[in-house]
Design a protein around this ligand. Structure first.
Ligand SMILES: Cc1cc2nc3c(=O)[nH]c(=O)nc-3n(C[C@H](O)[C@H](O)[C@H](O)COP(=O)(O)OP(=O)(O)OC[C@H]3O[C@@H](n4cnc5c(N)ncnc54)[C@H](O)[C@@H]3O)c2cc1C
Length: 435
């Protein structure tokens, strides 16, 4: 080495046991999936100091890391659908369109928007930073502190040490009701598993030919040939984002246990199933997918694991009937999409004018005063939840959670003025403009 080269100096440091970093906010949100991001942006817009926490290293949860690929539940049904979710969705869709990172397609009697997950991840980062939200990524929940019905703080562990977060109000947007569960509030788990899916993306295939394939004929072929290729799930689909040379494959079914070792094995089982699905595509459609290869495997997608016991529960009869509860906070037309069997999926699509609604009570853990759930861990029976857990309603739930905690202040979210809440959420309940 050149003797003249200046060697950087060092200093001696020593860990101080028990020293946790102390952070305070008006609203702390556990989970930076699409519901948590929506809650954070809405709360920041209201002038609240916000901390957004996630165990993962990136923002967006499943929306950016599980290769989900389409926004469902943003539009009503029928030949002329209108948007039913606003708030964060306005700027998100405007900016993704400007980046050519979103494209519409018809399906399930509505409009579904395909999107590019890296563009969404960058959009979330920039929007949250611009809004002044404090981001605690790579930070897992260790413990919840309570004073009777009020959550007072969260203890977190990160690779950089321990953290204590205090706030006036909390949002459980963890997908698995991790906050409500760790707080000791009652939660629900399905008696039999709701299957997750490991999505994967492929490249090096004939895009035009793939888009021309008859989806239902492919599904029939899959059912006939599943045993030959060792496939668990006998339904599913491949969809290409036009002009990008990539397609997403949704054809696996894997259980998603709530323990760390079981989850790690499930992730690997999902990849093994994905490899067998690719063998099916190559073997059965050689002119389309003969040279296809895996571009990337998503993080194992989790649908329904554990959710809160709400002050109310959305039930499937109300979903089918389109009942509007007095405390409705959002509307949705997405079908019932229940993944309760390994081999297929139970779908129930709705008619042109159908809308169903989520009651605010389904976002409120029964025993809590300053905690609101948002996203796929709100309370519904498994079939009802299978509809409102898609991303459109998750965005609307984030907005409802932030507005409710803002209205509650130091009081109880169970006692806020519902009419005032609904006035703030009017776009997500009433607005009907042509798409
Ligand atoms: C395979 C699959 C395909 C789907 N397809 C579609 C589709 O095409 N369109 C659509 O709209 N919806 C789809 N969905 C549904 C939708 O993607 C999810 O329900 C939705 O993204 C859930 O968002 P969320 O914010 O509630 O939860 P998540 O995205 O799961 O986010 C929860 C976050 O909380 C964090 N977290 C959890 N526990 C802790 C803890 N203890 N400490 C710290 N952080 C924690 C997690 O790291 C995660 O980032 C699909 C779902 C799956 C699984």
């Amino acid at each position: 080495m050149n003797k003249a080269y200046p060697i950087p100096a060092t200093r001696i440091v020593r860990h101080q046991p028990g020293a946790a970093q102390q952070l305070g906010a008006d609203i702390a949100i556990l989970g930076a999936g699409i519901a948590g991001v929506s809650a954070a942006l809405e709360a920041a817009r209201l002038g609240r100091r916000v901390i957004l926490i996630d165990a993962g290293a990136q923002l967006g949860g499943q929306s950016t890391q599980s290769l989900i690929g389409t926004f469902c539940g943003l539009y009503s049904n029928g030949p002329a659908p209108y948007r039913v979710v606003y708030g964060m969705a306005d700027a998100m869709l405007r900016d993704l369109r400007a980046m050519d990172a979103v494209a519409p397609r018809r399906g399930r009697n509505t409009v579904i928007l395909m999107y590019q997950e890296q563009a969404l991840a960058r959009w979330m980062e920039q929007a949250l930073i611009a809004a002044g939200v404090t981001l605690l990524l790579g930070s897992s929940l260790l413990a919840v502190h309570r004073s009777d019905a009020r959550v007072t703080g969260l203890s977190l562990a990160s690779r950089h040490g321990l953290l204590d977060v205090t706030a006036q109000g909390f949002v459980d947007a963890s997908g698995d009701a991790a906050l409500a569960y760790a707080a000791g509030f009652a939660c629900r788990e399905p008696e039999s598993p709701i299957m997750g899916t490991l999505m994967f993306s492929i490249e090096n295939f004939d895009e035009a030919a793939a888009m021309a394939l008859d989806r239902w004929a492919m599904q029939r072929r899959l059912a006939e040939q599943a045993a030959h290729y060792g496939l668990v799930r006998k339904d599913g689909f491949v969809f290409a984002f036009p002009g990008k040379g990539q397609a997403l494959v949704n054809m696996t079914h894997v259980q998603t246990p709530l323990d760390a070792a079981g989850h790690a094995l499930a992730q690997i089982e999902g990849r093994a199933q994905a490899d067998r699905v690719l063998a099916f595509l190559r073997g059965e459609y050689p002119l389309v997918f003969g040279a296809a290869r895996v571009r990337s495997y998503g993080l194992l997608g989790i649908r329904q694991t554990r959710w809160i016991c709400g002050r109310q529960q959305l039930d499937v009869a109300d979903v089918r009937a389109g009942t509007r509860p007095a405390d409705a906070v959002l509307r949705c037309s997405w079908p019932i999409e229940l993944h309760d069997r390994a081999d297929d999926v139970h779908w129930e699509e709705f008619g042109d004018d159908h809308l169903h609604y989520l009651p605010f009570g389904a976002m409120l853990p029964q025993e809590a005063e300053n905690l609101v759930a948002a996203g796929r861990c709100v309370d519904g029976d498994p079939a009802a939840l299978s509809s409102v857990r898609v991303m459109g309603p998750c965005i609307a739930m984030g907005a409802a959670a932030a507005q409710a905690l803002d209205l509650a202040g130091a009081g109880s979210v169970a006692q806020i003025d519902i009419a005032a809440l609904q006035a703030r959420l009017a776009d997500n309940l009433e607005r009907c403009e042509p798409a």
